[in-house]
Design a protein around this ligand. Structure first.
Ligand code: SF4
Length: 361
């Protein structure tokens, strides 16, 4: 039996190569690209502007394996979480986070997208990390989540999504190729046509990939999941820091800035009595000055079995005053959708069988 090629997993260039091998004209490749990544077609039969004979030929040689929306949960704050089923019955989640103008009309509509089923890095505060890693997502499984949520955004809020953050399940730079391919598709005029400045890819600090991202001059924003401002504390909650510590991170970020002249964003979950002292704020401010940056201080939503808790409001106030006194550009972000477990660090598939690979001890 010949194996059929999964066209959703190809980037634009690879798809063009596939069409060329079939002897198709260039515009056919663009049509296919739009059907797969813009219209999120589930079968070749849906591709009505392709001749029937070509649809038959494609069905013989190729297949489409994307993410199929399974369930939708709605938070009282307007956040919407979608569960997606993949072709092998694995599950992932993505979240639509709306922000509203004062009159209640939707302003920003951000999609938080997953890049892996589970995650190997085992950060102690993160529900996804507790699952372990099952597998990487393909390019089409990533774009499929975004396009499905875009349809929901249009139906619920009357406009398309405005921003994408790769901060759902998984470590995006641990699945580098499909992640950058998907971001390319989502910024492509035939894809979602989103400005690269509206797409942010986050990493726990995989330094080799940060160098590669900089050397390839990738145009999307870079965010670092920092969550602690010295090696001792970071080692306690993020096992990756024992291999790639803050000095390695600093070198890679400075390289990124040298190549791209773009600021970076640091994500910092504020945990009660752990990383929320004025001394932590001073250390964080020093990191914030490595290169031009902004810091998002995120209020944590509790995760079952995790002892770390959200910082108290008065400690947050002192922390923010110290941080800004030290000249860091910082904003507080309230985690959203906590009543449907859609907040930062809360995404996980509880019904997944077994445990995946993990570096957590
Ligand atoms: S925070 Fe990110 S890198 Fe860490 S375990 Fe969770 S998904 Fe993985």
């Amino acid at each position: 039996m010949t194996t059929r090629i999964n066209l959703s997993a190809l980037n634009k260039h690879e798809l063009a190569g596939f069409c060329e091998e079939l002897g198709l004209k260039r515009y056919r490749s663009d049509q296919l690209f739009q059907w797969i990544h813009h219209k999120h077609a589930g079968s070749f039969d849906e591709m009505t502007n392709l001749p029937k004979s070509l649809r038959g030929q494609l069905a013989e040689k190729a297949e489409l394996k994307s993410a199929t929306q399974a369930t939708v949960s709605r938070s009282r704050d307007g956040t919407i979480k979608c569960l997606f089923r993949l072709h092998d019955d694995k599950l992932v989640e993505a979240v639509l986070i709306p922000e509203f103008f004062e009159d209640g009309v939707a302003d920003r509509l951000t999609v938080c997208v997953s890049s892996q089923v589970g995650c190997v890095f085992g950060c102690s505060f993160c529900a996804t990390g507790r699952m372990g890693l099952f597998r990487n997502l393909t390019t089409g499984e990533i774009t499929g989540q975004v396009m499905s949520i875009n349809t929901i955004a249009e139906a619920e809020y009357g406009k398309r999504i405005t921003n994408i953050v790769y901060m759902g399940m998984g470590e995006p730079f641990h699945n580098y190729g499909p992640v950058v391919d998907s971001a390319e598709i989502l910024s492509d005029p035939l894809g979602l046509d989103l400005s690269p400045r509206r797409i942010t890819i986050s990493t726990v600090g995989l330094t080799r990939q940060i160098h590669e991202y900089a050397d390839q001059k990738r145009p999307w924003n870079l965010a670092i999941s920092l969550h602690a401002a010295d090696d001792e504390k970071r080692n306690k909650i993020m096992p990756i820091n024992e291999k790639l510590d803050l000095s390695a991170l600093r070198k890679s970020i400075q390289h990124y800035h040298k190549m791209m002249h773009q600021p970076v964003t640091y994500e910092y979950l504020l945990f009660d009595q752990f990383n929320d002292t004025p001394e932590d704020a001073r250390k964080l401010a020093r990191i914030a000055h490595w290169v031009p940056s902004k810091v998002n201080i995120i209020m944590y939503n509790s995760v079952d079995g995790v002892t770390l808790q959200r910082a108290k409001e008065d400690r947050l106030d002192h922390f923010m005053s110290e941080l800004t006194r030290q000249g860091a550009r910082a904003t507080v972000r309230r985690s959203r959708g906590d009543d449907i477990d859609a907040g930062c660090g809360q995404l996980a598939i509880r019904e997944q069988d077994g445990t995946g690979k993990t570096m957590a001890k």
